[in-house]
Design a binder for this molecule. Structure first.
Ligand SMILES: C[S@@+](CC[C@H](N)C(=O)[O-])C[C@H]1O[C@@H](n2cnc3c(N)ncnc32)[C@H](O)[C@@H]1O
Length: 253
């Protein structure tokens, strides 16, 4: 059973498997999503062990089936951002049959943290649906962003607070601001605690989010409702429409 919550004229959340919900939707302009990674992570009910995807033809087939349903809702040249786990880098070519690039979501101060960290960035794959590549706010040449990940690391307290792996909000705001047009409807088929929705609302974009787990869905609905109630200082900010020109000197140095 699919549950629907319209939080505003431009924000709708669905509780259900995105495979079932996506064919019922009308349209989207961008996909910004952070799916399970095939690393055996513990969610409430989703089984993320590699062997759990075998019945679906493997993780890549499981995920691309859902992403393709999402892509069908988008027009030409729509951006598709998909968070992934660095240890799986060598499988990306096998899993993602697209002309993808990697946007680097760097973590701050990894070497100064008390707990060791193996990976100092999360790779976010990005590709565009076929057609002329749309729009960017002008820093498309910058293919990294450094976010403060400390407050969202999956400590026992964070897990108690709600979701085991929320994304840093500023990382998602950066992507939304730079690559999703003002007024665009952003789709996140693996919404979790709703960070993409929060970023969309902050930046004055529409949002459609899907989550299969009731307790994460409730957290997302609460966070986005709170954000909608806040005076929005960002949405009124005019977007920069002109791409930045990179300046090189004649010596190439
Ligand atoms: C990595 S988490 C997303 C975290 C999110 N970016 C945040 O900031 O909270 C992936 C989410 O996908 C959900 N999920 C797994 N399979 C799903 C499916 N078939 N349809 C919808 N949601 C699903 C999981 O319950 C989990 O909350």
């Amino acid at each position: 059973m699919i549950k629907t919550e319209h939080l505003s004229d431009s924000v709708t959340l669905y509780l259900g498997d995105c495979r079932d919900v996506l064919p019922t939707l009308a349209r989207a302009d961008a996909i910004v999503t952070d799916p399970p990674f095939c690393v055996g992570f513990k969610y409430a009910s989703h089984d993320d062990r590699p062997e759990a995807y075998e019945a679906h033809g493997g993780y890549g087939a499981w995920l691309m089936d859902r992403l393709e349903r999402a892509e069908r809702l988008c027009g030409p040249g729509a951006p598709v951002f998909v968070w992934q786990a660095a240890p799986n880098f060598r499988r990306f070519h096998e899993w993602f049959p697209r002309d993808w690039r990697v946007f680097c979501a760097a973590k701050n101060f990894v070497q100064m943290r008390p707990t060791p960290m193996q990976w100092c960035f999360d790779p976010i794959l990005v590709w565009w649906t076929p057609g002329e590549k749309g729009w960017s706010a002008g820093t498309a040449t910058r293919d990294f962003h450094i976010a403060n990940t400390a407050p969202v690391i999956a400590t026992p307290e964070n897990i108690e607070k709600g979701h085991p792996c929320p994304r840093p909000l500023d990382q998602v705001v950066h992507i939304v601001e730079q690559w999703c047009k003002p007024g665009a409807v952003i789709l996140d088929p693996f919404m979790g605690s709703g960070t993409t929705g929060l970023a969309a609302v902050k930046m004055g974009r529409g949002f459609v989010g899907i989550e299969s787990e009731p307790k994460y869905f409730d957290i997302a609905a609460r966070r986005i409702t709170d954000e909608l109630a806040r005076p929005n200082l960002f949405a009124a900010r005019p977007a920069r429409a002109e791409p930045l020109e990179l300046q090189f000197d004649a010596t190439g140095s």
